[in-house]
Every structure is written in C-alpha cells, then in structure tokens.
Design a protein around this ligand. Sequence first.
Ligand code: PLP
Length: 235
Amino acid sequence: MIRENILKIKERISSICSKSNRDSDSIAIVAVSKGRSIQQIKEAIEAGIIDIGENRVQEALLKYNDMRYLPVGQAGAISDKQIKWHMVGHLQTNKVKDAVRIFDLIQSVDSIHLASEMDKQAAKINKIQEILVEVKTSPEAAKSGVLAQEAAGLIKTILELKNIRVRGLMTIAPIVDDPEKARPYFRILRELKEQINQLTNHQLTILSMGMTDDFEAAIEEGSNMVRVGRAIFEG
Ligand SMILES: *Cc1c(COP(=O)(O)O)cnc(C)c1O
C-alpha cells in the first residue's frame, strides 16, 4: 500500500510539474512519519523515499537509533547515510542538543533564541546545521512560526551564526476544506523568499510547503519540498 501511495503521489507531482513546466525531480518528498512504525518507514524507503520527517525529537531519536542497524532493502541496500532526517515540529530549547545530533534539516526555526542554541550545539560537534525558518503565513494556522514581517530580520541575525546555514523557508497552511484556500499562503511564502533574497546577500533555495491535502497547489506556487504524511501511510 505504501509503495502504491508513493507511486500515486509521484504521478500527481509529475503531472502538476509538466503543467507548470517544472522538473519533478526538483521536488523533494518528505515522508512525515510521526506516529508511524519503523516497518512503515522502511517500506517508504524501499519505495524510494529518502527524506523522513518527524515532529518530536524523542520519537525521532528512537527511530533513528533503531534504523541505523536495520538493513533496508533486499536488493541494493540503502545505507542510512543517504536517508535525510527532517525536524518539522516545534522544538523546545532543551531538545536542541539531540535534534542537532540527528537531523539533517531542522525546518521549524522561528526565533533567534532557538537558532543561537542550535549554533552552540552544532559548534560543539563541528557541524554546520542546515535549517529552514518557519513562517506563520496565516493567523489561524499553527501557533509556531515567525511573522512574515519579522522573517527578514530574523534571517539577517541568523546569518551571523557560524554553525547554522539557512536554506529556505517553511510554512504550515491553515486546514481548509478546499486547497485553493491555502494557495494565498503559499504565495506569501514564495514572495517572502524572493524579497529576502534581494535584501540579503544570501540565496534561500528551499520552499517547504504543501501537505497531503494541498501539495499540488503548493507546487504550483513554487514549492520544492512537500511534507506528506497521510497520503503515504494511510488509505
Ligand atoms: C504531520 C505533518 C505533516 C504531514 O501532514 P499530512 O496532512 O498527514 O500530509 C506536514 N508538516 C508538518 C509540520 C506536520 O506536522
């Protein structure tokens, strides 16, 4: 089932990309596996997923440790080094140390306080921690995220941190009955990225937006990283 689900998602991404003249290989699919078992994650990886998203450090840590010793794939094992771990949930300061140890991309940075702590922990292990800044594009969406008008200021400050590399922006659109209603928030994020790139001497490249119910609209608005949970693991 997971394999078929992933195939269907890839087909949908291909068709939306050909309509908007984009290369479907440029869209990363992050399989958001909170609450899913290691067996389910393994199936997703065997079906070609390399990006795994979690929203709690504790849960991610258990899975990460287990999966390191798990032979994945009968034919052509996928080494754990190729798997990228994404933190997509709100992060508490006391979890930053563990998060920096296991995550390749922390997508939920929304304060200088959090970024500074990450910088400190990353320096200790000689790591350049890649991050996205989470932007609250709508009043009714998740509580986390920096306000759009404060994002540029936050990024300028983060750019001074030696062990942090800001790769782009992430947003969680509000839950709506029609994906068309989420589209304006995706557009806000894309425009914000363009503004920030002009304002700073830094190229933000990743736009992480779009989930099970709205990833097609998000891609049409410029997303190059979709975070999909239910469409991969359910149904
Ligand atoms: C759970 C989650 C997703 C995936 O949501 P689905 O609707 O199941 O695709 C994406 N992003 C974040 C931040 C999440 O917490």
